[in-house]
Design a protein around this ligand. Structure first.
Ligand SMILES: [Ca+2]
Ligand SMILES: [Ca+2]
Length: 467
């Protein structure tokens, strides 16, 4: 039993005089100081981590006096020698005290004179630590620097709704929707979903069952689609992976745009051409479509009603730079158009990002060709199954969902490879970006406010990395 509990018990039993019993336990060791900053005799009011909530700062009564110093001009050790100790300076808080923040979790009782300035320092976290929608550190931004869950509850399912009320099944592709928000290629649900910035999710196309039916969007079926691209008119092309077809969602109608349905390599007219597990695609401003023909290990091009081979030798995997016909790819899974004559391909099984010019020639942009994890110089950096890639306009960098490393990586044009989020451990933990965990993230997209959305595929979640 602690001392003050003993005192309380003694008071209740009438052992002590009334004077002794008015010592409120609030002023004893480890208890909050009173409103004027006072404690019981022999105790000192110190600022320290709150005993019941170490993430917050509190004023607490303690037996031991503080050491003098801290450049606060105060007589911390109550020896009457204010400003006498070495380095101690007179107080200089002559300016107006600030208005301390009073929003939830940022409550400040009164400003405190510290290091010559009035500061609000009570009752909030010194770092943003939790996805609670609150500005815990009172810097004006909410949940900044954190990875939070945008939508989904972790369970595989096909459910529209907002935030954790929605469900996905292995979401893979992410692409900006012309009307706002992001198109989510929800692979396991054989559907296209739409997620808005508030985490609300609706279904754009697909029934939840697999198939290859064309028709009204919500009656059409797909078979594990994995990527999508939007053209200048707002039509959405879909890499319908297990159907070996390119589909088109125009208005509210889904049609088959190219491919016979047979996994094979065949150039020619749209309805005769063949793809093998097309992973994703991109649309140039003139309507030319580039397809990461994953299963054929090459890049295809659709233009003027014809499918042709743009780069690589189809059906011959490898990892080689060079002219269009000499280059080799190994499981290319996503395409990003930086301009009409500059494409980026995430060559997943080469563990590299490749750059393609208008003539189809290829150079390796980042990655050594071996799986690993290393930031820094692009050609010395390493990835492990880099999947979706995207352009971050604000920071002028290429983003990639480094799926096997459970991280989001970035390559600044002309600069270095860095890690933006993910500790590398498999998991679904929210929190500060470099501590957060993912499970096979396979797509990423940048939003206009600087946040990044991640398709956290095996977690059946959409995560958001807040700037
Ligand atoms: Ca904040
Ligand atoms: Ca917060």
């Amino acid at each position: 039993m602690s001392l003050h509990r003993l005192l309380q018990a003694a008071c209740l039993l009438g052992f002590f005089s009334l004077a002794a019993c008015i010592v409120d336990d609030a002023f004893l060791d480890g208890k909050p100081c009173d409103d004027s900053g006072a404690c019981a005799g022999g105790y000192f009011c110190l600022r320290e981590a709150c005993p019941d909530n170490p993430g917050y700062m509190c004023h607490v009564c303690r037996k031991a006096p503080p050491a003098d110093g801290g450049m606060d001009g105060g007589d911390d050790d109550v020896d009457g020698g204010d400003g006498v100790d070495a380095g101690d300076q007179p107080a200089d808080c002559n300016q107006q005290p600030p208005a301390c923040k009073t929003i939830p979790d940022c409550q400040d009782t009164q400003p405190v004179c510290r290091d010559g300035s009035w500061v609000c320092e009570t009752g909030y976290q010194t770092e943003e630590a939790s996805c609670d929608g609150l500005d815990n550190d009172c810097d004006g931004d909410t949940d900044e620097g954190l990875v939070c869950t945008l939508a989904g509850d972790g369970q595989a399912g096909f459910q529209d709704g907002q935030g954790s009320a929605a469900r996905f099944n292995r979401p893979r592709g992410l692409v900006p929707h012309p009307g706002g928000g992001l198109v989510v290629v929800d692979t396991g649900n054989h559907a296209l979903r739409l997620v808005l910035g508030d985490g609300s999710v609706s279904t754009l196309a697909g029934t939840g069952s697999y198939g290859d039916n064309d028709g009204p969007a919500l009656e059409a079926t797909f078979n594990e689609p994995s990527g999508a691209a939007v053209d200048g008119g707002g039509d959405i092309y879909i890499a319908d992976r297990l159907n070996n077809r390119i589909r088109l969602l125009a208005g509210d109608t889904v049609t088959t745009f190219a491919g016979t349905g047979f996994a094979d390599y065949q150039d020619g007219p749209l309805d005769q051409a063949r793809f093998a597990l097309p992973g994703s695609l991109a649309v140039a401003s003139d309507g030319t479509i580039f397809v990461a023909d994953t299963g054929n290990n090459c890049i295809r091009k659709i233009s003027g009603g014809q499918v042709s081979t743009f780069s690589g030798k189809c059906q011959v995997p490898g990892n080689r730079d060079g002219a269009a016909g000499d280059a080799r790819f190994n499981g290319p899974s996503d395409i990003l158009l930086l301009s009409d004559d500059l494409l980026i391909v995430s060559d997943e099984s080469s563990h590299t990002l490749r750059q393609l010019s208008a003539d189809g020639s290829v150079v390796t942009l980042a990655g050594t060709g071996s799986a690993g994890f290393a930031d820094g110089d692009p050609l010395e950096s390493q990835f492990r199954k880099p999947a979706g890639c995207a352009w971050d306009e604000i920071q002028a960098r290429i983003l990639t969902a480094d799926s096997g490393n459970n991280r989001v990586r970035a390559l600044v044009i002309g600069g270095q490879v860095t890690t933006l989020a993910g500790s590398g451990t498999t998991g679904s933990a929210d929190g500060p970006a470099m501590l957060a965990t993912f499970n096979l993230p396979s797509a990423v997209a940048a939003l206009a406010d600087g946040s990044l959305v991640v398709a956290d595929t095996q977690n059946n979640l959409l995560r958001i990395v807040l700037p």
